[in-house]
Design a protein around this ligand. Structure first.
Ligand SMILES: C[S@@+](CC[C@H](N)C(=O)[O-])C[C@H]1O[C@@H](n2cnc3c(N)ncnc32)[C@H](O)[C@@H]1O
Length: 262
């Protein structure tokens, strides 16, 4: 397919947060920007039905599965520069929010070095979709004053845990939940600290499970092969459990209990 670009007008790149799941979690601004795009470079975890917002565009799958991360990233940077330099309005569609574990900095830098204008439109990050799905506020008045978003995986692909806030949400630990349990305890989290795991948050088939730090390995089977976030600390507990004297009726009636398998 030939590119619909016009080299006479300067191209630009709009980074768009697609949200973590179903297409209706994209922002209105993001959907409108997609409608202006001539080329869309999209990630693996974005909803295919987002194509309906940009049927006019050339859609290029730049999901990194099957490539080494370094090769894929260099190729993505080159494609962004190449298409924008040819005059196209390029949408760079990223899962969740582009600024959260999305290697946005590398793509911004490649564009800046090439003198290409860019814009970033935020999206709903997976931690927020999980909190909404489970009705577990990530901050709690008087109990949870701080929130950390952490990747459990270092750039060298080592699993690492930390204890940086009252509530900490770990990304990219889905394949190593058993190891994460041990590392969380090494980092100082007590074994009975509440932990909540949500996989495919925001999708119709989202799943959640409750654990504590020491029993987290039990989550491996339910969430196997699915993108998941692991919330640890105050924000992982059901709201009812935090009330001074929760009643059995209130706990049973909790919407999250009804919406998900136990
Ligand atoms: C490369 S990071 C991208 C994060 C994304 N930029 C965001 O803001 O959500 C990929 C990780 O995000 C998490 N993730 C992405 N989508 C998810 C979803 N729908 N449900 C749960 N976790 C998700 C998983 O931890 C996955 O390994």
């Amino acid at each position: 397919m030939s590119l619909p670009a016009n080299p006479a007008t300067p191209g630009r790149v709009i980074f768009i947060g697609a949200g973590p799941g179903s297409a209706d979690l994209i922002t209105l601004r993001g959907a409108r920007a997609l409608g202006q795009a001539q080329v869309v470079l999209f990630d693996a975890l974005t909803d295919p039905s987002l194509r309906d917002f940009a049927p006019q565009a050339l859609w290029l799958d730049v999901g990194k599965r099957g490539f080494t991360a370094a090769t894929a990233q260099a190729r993505i940077n080159a494609l962004l520069v190449q298409h924008a330099a040819s005059g196209a309005v390029v949408a760079r569609l990223k899962g969740g929010d582009p600024s959260i574990f999305g290697r946005l900095e590398e793509e911004l830098q490649a564009l800046a070095e090439a003198g290409i204008a860019s814009e970033v439109i935020p999206g709903v990050t997976a931690a927020l979709a999980a909190a909404a799905a489970t009705q577990r506020p990530l901050t709690r008045r008087g109990q949870g004053r701080s929130l950390a978003l952490s990747t459990a995986m270092t750039a060298e692909l080592e699993l690492r845990a930390s204890q940086r806030a009252d509530t900490e949400v770990f990304y990219m630990a889905g394949r190593q939940l058993a190891d994460l349990s041990r590392r969380l305890q090494d980092a100082g989290w007590a074994g009975d600290t509440p932990v909540n795991v949500v996989s495919r948050a925001g999708w119709p088939d989202q799943l959640m499970s409750d654990h504590c730090v020491s029993t987290l390995p039990a989550a491996c089977v339910m969430h196997a092969g699915r993108p998941a976030v692991v919330t640890v600390g105050v924000g992982a507990a059901p709201v009812c459990r935090l009330l001074a004297a929760p009643t059995a009726t209130a706990v049973e009636g909790h919407p999250a209990s009804a919406a998900f398998p136990p």
